[in-house]
Write a protein that binds this ligand. Structure first.
Ligand code: 7TS
Length: 396
């Protein structure tokens, strides 16, 4: 049996989405900017897709949704646009973000620091979230942007975006949120949360890879990252990938329709898997169980290297992750777990399981069986675990 439990890295394209995309490769293939019927023929489905995106995040008609290549591009567009418009060509010089953002935020912030921008990286509390009041404490006169993710990719922890949005609005500071891991898992409402910029990637909610979006609230347009043609009203040049845009639109519609299922059935299977692993001694859910996306669990299994677990599971055709795939090539301790102030053992023993609406009960039952055996095997050969007295109370 094959079991894919790495849906926070990417998801399967929903077959219905794939079907909707197919005509746009060999039949309706015109350039949407061409004036002839081949170009115009793409428009109805593009408009429909855009409407699904607006509805999916409750954007107002006057707001903008720019189609990008992915959340990485959306995040870069916001941070670099703010830098150009408010810092280089304005009187601001400060950005607030968190220590646990995806590298497509933190790496850009590090780059901006080399350019003289001052960046505050807020730590997470014991529960793995940012306290909204710390955002308020750190806002300065010259703060150009607050960028805090909606949900964390590793822990699934949901951040208090509504409170942060209200704080930013009151302080007159633009608020960006990376909602890549929130869409399709929990309700996302840009208006209710006073969001100015919001990033997402279609492949995280059963759409295709290589397409994403950037929501921009009315009047907050930024200098584009890509200059060129007049596509996207001049906000993002380059011929739009129509097939992918149509796929992303439908994927968003289906994601919203499946929210209820995600928060009942997918959550039930996640909890079943989690509870079974937690029956093993000295295992904990990093960041705790409260307030998480329904599909994610990040579990530390004392004495078991995350990478070894992945190896054992992979042998039995189960795919999970030790954290973000984007950072998994180096064996540095997971930065997100480090941000919890954990000891280094904890940071090396986390395994992330992320389910989707396509995960089945049989797959979870099989995964539980394999995981339990793998933990026993790996603990039996683990030097750090073997030498620990039996009733040792873990520091974890
Ligand atoms: N933002 C968040 C919160 C993410 O989780 C990811 C991908 C991205 C941005 C980047 O998305 P992309 O489509 O531009 O690549 N996160 C992960 C992950 O957790 N494991 O693999 C990729």
């Amino acid at each position: 049996m094959e079991v894919y439990l790495d849906n926070n890295a990417t998801t399967m394209v929903d077959p219905e989405v794939f079907k909707a995309m197919e005509p746009f490769f060999c039949t309706i293939y015109g350039n949407p900017n061409s004036l002839h019927k081949f170009g115009a023929g793409t428009h109805p489905k593009m408009v429909e897709a855009l409407n699904f995106l607006y509805d999916g995040i409750n954007a107002a008609d006057e707001d903008d949704i720019i189609i990008t290549a992915n959340a990485t591009e959306s995040n870069n567009t916001v941070l670099k646009g703010i830098w150009i418009d408010k810092i280089l060509n304005g009187n601001k010089n400060h950005i607030i973000t968190s220590e646990v953002e995806h590298p497509s935020i933190t790496a850009v912030c590090r780059f901006l620091e080399t350019q003289g921008v001052s960046v505050t990286y807020l730590p997470v509390n014991d529960e793995g979230v940012i306290d909204a009041h710390t955002v308020k404490e750190y806002i300065q006169e010259d703060t150009a942007l607050v960028s805090i993710m909606w949900a964390n990719n590793e822990t699934g922890k949901i951040f208090p975006v509504k409170e942060i949005g209200a704080i930013c609005k009151e302080a007159g500071v633009p608020f960006h949120t990376d909602a890549t891991q929130a869409i399709g898992k929990i309700a996302v409402d840009v208006q209710a949360c006073n969001v100015d910029y919001l990033s997402f990637s279609a492949h995280k909610f059963h759409g295709p890879k290589g397409i994403g979006g950037l929501y921009v609230s009315k009047g907050n347009a930024l200098t584009p990252l890509l200059h060129g043609g007049e596509q996207m009203g001049g906000h993002r040049a380059g011929t739009v990938d129509v097939a992918s845009m149509v796929g992303m639109g439908l994927a968003m519609k289906l994601a919203v329709e499946n929210l209820e299922f995600e928060n009942t059935e997918v959550k039930r299977l996640r909890d079943k898997l989690e509870d079974a692993i937690l029956e093993l001694p000295e295992t904990i859910v990093i960041g705790g169980k409260a307030n998480r996306t329904p599909n994610t669990t990040l579990i530390s299994i004392r004495g078991v290297e995350g990478e070894s677990m992945l190896w054992d599971m992979n042998q039995k055709t189960i795919g999970a992750s030790t954290g973000s795939a984007c950072a998994s090539e180096d064996l540095e301790a997971n930065p997100v777990m480090n941000a919890f102030g954990s000891d280094s053992e904890l940071a090396h023993t986390g395994v992330r399981f992320s389910l989707s609406r396509f995960t089945t009960e049989e797959q979870i039952d099989y995964a539980i069986e394999v995981i339990k055996k793998a933990v026993l095997r790996l603990r039996a050969i683990s030097s750090s675990y073997a030498y620990t007295p039996k009733n040792h109370v873990s520091q974890l």
